[in-house]
Design a protein around this ligand. Sequence first.
Ligand code: ATP
Ligand code: MG
Length: 168
Amino acid sequence: EAVDIVKFLDDCIDELRYDLEDQGVAVDWDYAAREAVMVSVDLEKLKRTVVNIIDNALKYMDNEQKKLAVSLQVESEWITIAFKDNGIGIPEEALPHIFERFYRAEPSRNVSTGGSGLGLAIARQIIEGHGGTIWAESKPGAGTSVWIKLKRMTSEGAHKRDDSNPDY
Ligand code: ATP
Ligand code: MG
C-alpha cells in the first residue's frame, strides 16, 4: 500500500513516546520538509521493523543521557531512515551477525530484559522483502546506528520524463 513515510514516522514516534519518556530517552525526530514522501510498503510490517529497531535502542542503553535520533533522507529514487542511539554499542566482531536469527552479541546477553535474537532478523526479512536494505554501524560504548533504505514510489507522471520521446 502507498504510505507517506513522513507521517508514518510521526505516528511511530508518537506511539512510542510514552515508552521512550518512561526510560528517559530524549528523542530527536526532525524532518524539515513536510511534504508527503510515498513508499509502497506493508504498513504493519514496516511498523514492526521500526518497533524492533527502537526496542533495541531502548534495551541496549544503560547510560544517563539516553538519546535516540531518527532522521529521514529523501533522494529521487530512494529514502533512507536512520535510527541512532548512544547506548552500549556492539563489538566489531559481533556486528556482521546481528541480523542473523537467534544471534545476540556479548554484552547484551547479560541485559536483564532478555531477548531471543530475532528482532533484527525479522526486520531484515521485512525490508529485503520490500526490495530494500538494512544495515548497522556501531561503536562499543558510544552507540549504534541502524539504517533502512527503501525505494520511493514513482506514481504515474512522477516517472522521469523524456520530452524527446514522442510516445510519452
Ligand atoms: P529480540 O529482539 O528477539 O527480543 P534481541 O534484541 O537480542 O532479541 P535483535 O533485535 O535481533 O535481538 O538484536 C541482535 C543483537 O544485536 C542484540 O542481542 C544485541 O546484541 C545487538 N543489538 C541490536 N541493536 C542494538 C543496539 N541498538 N545497541 C546495542 N546492541 C544492539
Ligand atoms: Mg531486539
